[in-house]
Design a protein around this ligand. Sequence first.
Ligand SMILES: *Cc1c(COP(=O)(O)O)cnc(C)c1O
Length: 396
Amino acid sequence: MLAERVKKIKPSPTLAMDAKAKALKAQGLDIVNFGVGEPDFDTPEHVKEAAIKAIRDGFTKYTPVGGIDELKEAIVQKFKKDNNLEYTKEEILVSCGAKHSLYNIAQALYGPGDEVIIPSPYWVSYPDQVLLNDATPVFLKTYEEDSFMLRPDILESKITKKTKAIILNSPSNPTGLTYDKKTLQAIAEIALKRHLYIISDEIYEKLVYDGTEFISIASLGKEIKDRTIVVNGLSKSHAMTGWRIGYAAGPKDIIKAMTNIQSQSTSNPTSIAQKAAVAALTGPHDFISVMHAEFDKRRRFLVDGLNSIEGVRCLKPTGAFYAFPNVSKLYGKKTGARQINSSLDMAMYLLEDANVALVHGEAFGDDNYIRISYATSMENIKKGLERIREALSRLA
Ligand SMILES: *Cc1c(COP(=O)(O)O)cnc(C)c1O
């Protein structure tokens, strides 16, 4: 008999969609994959070299649980330089990916009876990590007309005596939208007044567009910094998804608890990947500008293309590498025996009829949308857009 907690969760729907697309591809079908959640760029050469050197030097043994000093120091410097945030090494924990950092937070903070507020649409792992730790996710709906930023008055109305924390993700996966300073200030005020922790997932920090300023909520003042745990990592900024390096920064007692938890599960993140992460954080940053420019170009092309399709409406994303178009105007329409009534119907139709893979919005908590990742070549984006246009024109 499996444990009760297993029944509460589902496998990551984004990874499941990706697997389905890859399976069709393996059968020989020409699939345009808009489902991916990772950069299509290669890890920078100097980062790979640092890892190879680490292997050659025999840096292949256990390290301190929470990461090597050299990497913690590089992270401290990164926060100072990029976010105007001062942390000490005792306030940093390096984990096996940002997802693992988030899981360590969930284990350290959430328990039976606790409520954790999750603005929706949300990244798929937040609710399940709350559930795995016997707490209750409380969803807070956000709206397209607010650029998917939460409304502070709705936030207030969701807070109870049991509310422990709120999870923020800006720039957001799946919406591609970024929080502005005014809204972050309003959230910080409420969090302080109601004694909430803020978990701030900043993994897409480096990917903001149209002159959007990235602001970490922790940088808004000493008080809010003491209530915030910032999560970040190398997966998206340096195309290092497979290396599994993420980190958290926050109050010493929470970081210590998370480190103890990590010491009883994974121990340290891979020694070699830690050396690679040092090179990524301290080395040349031109890689990020090249990737950023390419994402920006694709973003404009994709969003303009989507908005030119009848029945599709898409906000211009200001961050990450996703577009999140509203396709609900097409619900109720048919082609042949097939009727589209939901985002899953839409995703299945586009996969099976147009050979375009993407993720249904319902997986992120909003059935009116689909998520399209532009972490794929311009050529694929052009091809995929035309296929979507053609398939949707057949709906009546
Ligand atoms: C990709 C992603 C992560 C996880 O990153 P890893 O460091 O690879 O674990 C966390 N949060 C969001 C919103 C993401 O999209």
